[in-house]
Ligand binder design. Sequence first.
Ligand SMILES: [Zn+2]
Length: 676
Amino acid sequence: MSSPPDAGSSPPAAVRQDYEALVAEIRRHDELYYQRDKAVITDAEYDGLFRRLTDLEARWPSLAGDDSPSRQVGGAPVPHLKSVAHRRPMLSLSNTYSRDEVLEWHQRVVDFLAGKLDQLVFNIEPKLDGVAAELIYEQGRFVRAITRGDGKTGDDVTHTARTLVGLPRVLRTDHPPALLEVRGEVIMTHADFAAVNAAREVAGEELFVNPRNLASGTLKMLNPVQAARRPLSFKAYGLGVVEGWQPSGHAQMLQTLEDWGLPTARELALSGSLDEVLAQHEVLRSGRDELLFDVDGSVIKLDDFALQARLGERSRSPRWAIAFKFPARSGRSVVREIQVQVGRTGALTPRAVIDPVHVGGVTIEHVTLHNPDEIARLGVKVGDAVFVERAGDVIPKITAVAESGGGPAFVMPEACPVCATPAVADDEEVVVRCPNRTCPAVMRRRIEHFVARGALDVDGMGSKLVDQLVETGLVTRLSDLFALTAEQLSQLPRMGEVSAANVVAGLVAARTRPLGRFLFGLGIRHVGDHMAELVASRWPSLTTLRGVSVEELEDVAEIGPRVAQSLSAWLADPDEQAELDRMLSLGLVPAVPAPPAASDGPLTGRTFLFTGALSELSRKEAGELVKSAGGRLLSGVSKNLDVLVVGEKPGSKLKKAQELGLEVLTEQEFLTLVGR
Ligand SMILES: [Zn+2]
């Protein structure tokens, strides 16, 4: 008679022998496959061996050491990295250095959920300073890894992710979800970072500036055997698309991922009330230097996934989480020169050239001083010793003058340093601008923005080529780009026929980029990538957009008056419209954006406005409900409004709506309409 073994008991010697033979066999095939690029068994046969291994480990857990093949994975070299779209965008988190702002965020969460939930549970975990990536498991097997990239599209790094220390190739469960996209941070410990750099120093190679850069560089190597020499690990903290598993909250999710063999930073995480979470933040902060890896703050998340879904996201960050960053690190340097740069909008921006100083893992040689007011506020002059501060990806800044060098005060030039056009002050802002639309410096920046990855994404259009195009006068306005010929380009220095043809091909492809990206690329003031996409989804062709009035723009709740004014000024500017006509005559045909996913909801095609005090919903949640059901929110009562939803004490908007004969609903009627 045999009894089922318990987790702590040791297996019989025969089982151990079998197991060890199996491990040796799998290792042999791994080596053949990954290092000699030679497979002697089929994938199915390999999978069979692997299943036997994991079955034995499930039955006799004491067999599996950290070096078990089930916890280690190899990889095959790739010719180049492929771009892969994330099934669900990888959002970034809004972040703050201020405890008050964390409290405000908490209040917004409570308000959005209509204040009815006084016992909200939050999670806190360290904000790891590494490379965000998504690992995909199908039927429990690791199949792919993608870097975060721009959040929508990342690089396929499956081959190097296989070398992540302790990453299971097969999830330790008999019932894995059909699809698991697990997100987390790829990091390197301080000790491993120091060891890699020490070896590079001996070899006379350039050193990596910090573990994050090293992790990123390693993950993007083409040869996984080289990548495997630099130990990286992965810590899970979130999910992408999942099929066949539905955890109820963040803490439960982390626990289950760990049970399945996926490493998390849960040993440093804690759930509780906001007070407990803030206390834990202090613990993390005071102990940050003792941690094995770089941590630049903590991440606070609402635990309950159903509530997270209700909160949703704003622009590109979820409302249910915030990163609370640790105070910046600082260094001391000396200002050698104050230069004036000309930006894309013509803004003249002073920047300090300083003696190179090492702060928070990077070397800083230039620091923006923003504008003359900021220089006056700091009292900084050439020759001064200054404190320089930097944290994470934040732009370095001078926080104070440490010691005056007695140099002369900075004077803002009265003319553009590049084209000598007299500069003009801007009424709205403190900046001074070069008003010359054809200023070479402005043109350079505008072209760079126009052809950048998030805009028209023109291959082969580097900053050297942009400089040449402006210097030779081949491009004096954006539309000139579409008139460029391969013959013109190939006459530029250092430009062969093949490169010239590539650039022309890139410009052909650029003509049909999505409308939102084209609008963003034009660099219309206050119209960032998100706003450009929003405008393009509302008016999906240049023809409809060109007929839009400022009132129609302002009617869209997400478009503020500043953006509406700026867009209508652009639409009314004859020079800008002549540019657009010329681009159209040169073959510009922006792709029509796909209609928003929620456009087939119960409110499709109708516009809504809320007034008075709502009892069930907060204003924000009400607005989100309208959008997710396919409707649109307006900002005021007008003939463009279809439905006014009224709460307690509705006031003048109700009266106006009745005068216009609009449909009026109570909050309850609205909830019924959206099926809540
Ligand atoms: Zn200029």
